[in-house]
Design a protein around this ligand. Sequence first.
Ligand SMILES: Cc1ncc(COP(=O)(O)O)c(C=O)c1O
Length: 406
Amino acid sequence: MPSTQSSYFQSYPNAEGYFGQFGGNHYPPELRPALEELASSYEELRQTPEFQQTLNKVRGGLQGRPTPIHHLENISNQVAGAQIFIKREDLNHTGAHKINHCVGFALLAKKMGKNKLIAETGAGQHGVALATAAAYFGLECEVHMGEMDISKQSSNVGRMQLLGARVVPATTGQSALKDASDSAFNAYVEQHEHALYAIGSAIGPHPFPMIVRDFQAIVGREAREQFISITNGSLPEHVVACVAGGSNAMGIYSGFIDDPDVALHAVEPLGISDELGQHAATLSYGRPGTLHGARSLVLQKDDGTSADVSSIASGLAYPGVGPEIAMLHETGRVCIAAISNEEAISALFRMAKFEGIIPALESAHALAFAIRLASRRPSSERILVNLSGRGDKDVEFVLENYGTGA
Ligand SMILES: Cc1ncc(COP(=O)(O)O)c(C=O)c1O
C-alpha cells in the first residue's frame, strides 16, 4: 500500500472517488450496494496486519517478489545518451505486473465471503494472473475476452483454462478489450452478490482505480528503494511506463509521485497512424467522457460513442484511460508520448538481440520511448522503465507478422 505519509496519496482520490474532474461513480444504480461494500471492506481489511502478512507471503512465495532493477548497458552504450534501467515486472509469476493486484483482489474476495472472481482481459495477462490467484485462494474464476484477442493470444487462453478459469468470448464491437470490459461489467451486475469484479486496470467506478493503484504501488516502493541503493542515493531523472488503463504506470509512479524532480512519462500506442480508429492514444486525442463507470478521457466519435481502436499490443487497445492518469496529464505531472506499431516492434527486436530479453508488445512501447528519450538526454541522466511484462505470449504473432528481426 502507498505510504499514508505521502501528501499525494492523502489527497487523491477525494471522498467521492474523484481525481480532479475525473473518476467518480457512474455505474448502474443496482451496483451501488456492491461498490459501497467493496469500498468499506477494503478500507477495513487493508489496515489489518493479517491481510498485509498474507499479501506479503503470497507476493514473496507465489509471485517471486521483489523483482529486480536491471541496467540495459548494451542499449545504453549504443544510444550513447542517458542510461536506461528496467524494473523487471516481466519476472513476476505469470509474466506481468497484473498479478500484483490480482492476488490483492483474490484475498479481498476471500475475506469478503465471495466465491468467485470476474474480470476482462486484453492480452490475456490479467486473465492468467487472475486465474492463478483464484486457483491459489480456492475461488471460481470467469474471464471475459474479445474473440479477436482469443485467437491472437491462444497460449494465454489455454493457460487460463488449465488453471481452472472459464473464458467467456466477447463478440460485440471489435471483439477486443473494450467489448470484454462491457461483457465482464454486465456479468458483475448480474452476479455481484457472490462475485467480486477484479478489474484489469486502474479504471472503472470508484473504488476500483484506487484499489488497483494501491495494490500496484509495491512496484514503485520497491523500485525507489532499489534505485537509491544501486546509485548510492540518487533517484532516476525519468520514469517511463506504457499506458492503457494505467495499472503498471500508477504502480511505478507511486514511488516517485511526490518527487517533483522525477519526470513521469506515459507512453500510448499510436498504432498505424494518428487517424481516429487507427490508434489507441487516449491521452493525446481523447475528450472528457464516461466509460466503464468513470469520467475520464475517452476516444470518441462525433456522436460521443467510443471510437474503434488499433494497436499491435492487445493490452493497450482501449479507448479510455484510468481517471488518475487523466488527471496527472491534465495537471502536467505526467508527460505523454505516443509510439507506433513499427517503433514498438523495433524496440522488441533490439531488446531481444542486444539484451537477451523479449518484452511484451505493451512494454515494448515504453522501451521504444525510453530509447528515443535516452538519445536526447545526457549520459549523466537515468531513465527507469517499468518493463510490465514478458513477450512469450507475443512470439507467435511477431514471427508470423514481422519475422525474426534478423
Ligand atoms: C504486459 C502488459 N503491460 C501493460 C498493459 C497495459 O495495462 P495497464 O495500463 O493497466 O498497465 C497490459 C495489459 O494487458 C499488459 O499485459
